[in-house]
Write a protein that binds this ligand. Sequence first.
Ligand code: ADP
Ligand code: MG
Length: 260
Amino acid sequence: MSEAIERAIDRSHMQVSDEVAIQISQMNKWYGSFHVLRDVNMTVHKGERIVICGPSGSGKSTLIRCINRLEEHQSGQIVVDGIELTSDLKNIDKVRSEVGMVFQHFNLFPHLTILENCTLAPIWVRKTPKKEAEEVAMHYLKKVKIPEQAHKYPGQLSGGQQQRVAIARSLCMKPRIMLFDEPTSALDPEMIKEVLDTMIELAEEGMTMLCVTHEMGFAQAVANRVIFMDQGQIVEQNEPGEFFRNPKSERTKLFLSQIL
Ligand code: ADP
Ligand code: MG
């Protein structure tokens, strides 16, 4: 079990609302003839912190990427914050502006400074005046505890610092939902904690979060629900205590026995 979560978590703001943030119904996706997501049904309420786990190749990244339309589904329905994901580009832009995404590889622009990475989308997509965008960026860089790196380039930062910049960059667009796809799996162990701490703070502030991660300490401390996927399906889901103590399916048991 991961030891990354050491500090006490403040759960007072981590309440789940009745309002639905994401609704996925009977959703299917194929890559060519390969049926990658099968009849996925999922309701995410505002304020939920969901951890998605499962073996490599089970469709976790594809599912996350469908939610902000980096991938297109072929049947069923995905509704994000009341907006249905269809081929209508207007809808896609609206959804992307509400949903932040952080990847395993930080995907920062190497030729731009940290500050420029954080202000690029607000200035060019949101038409925010430069000075205001910079103020907002500095606010979030302080939040992820690296304001002093603002004028450096990504290559001058550690992996953990770069990932915190990636989180700050997402937050600059004021998303209502944050998607994380294995945000710590490319990091050295000593940097994992600083990124998880940033994610914990976000959770404590009430952000709706979907995190693909194998950091089971994080799942236990922060998630209100853990979803296990295998072969393109949601096999099992439960609150973390029950999920880890009492997994139901053989596939979940096998998976947990391999990672815990
Ligand atoms: P996970 O994130 O759980 O490891 P992925 O969603 O990345 O799984 O991938 C699920 C399956 O889809 C894997 O078998 C993978 O090889 C396949 N796959 C992923 N992306 C593509 C793609 N662009 N084209 C074809 N197959 C893909
Ligand atoms: Mg993946």
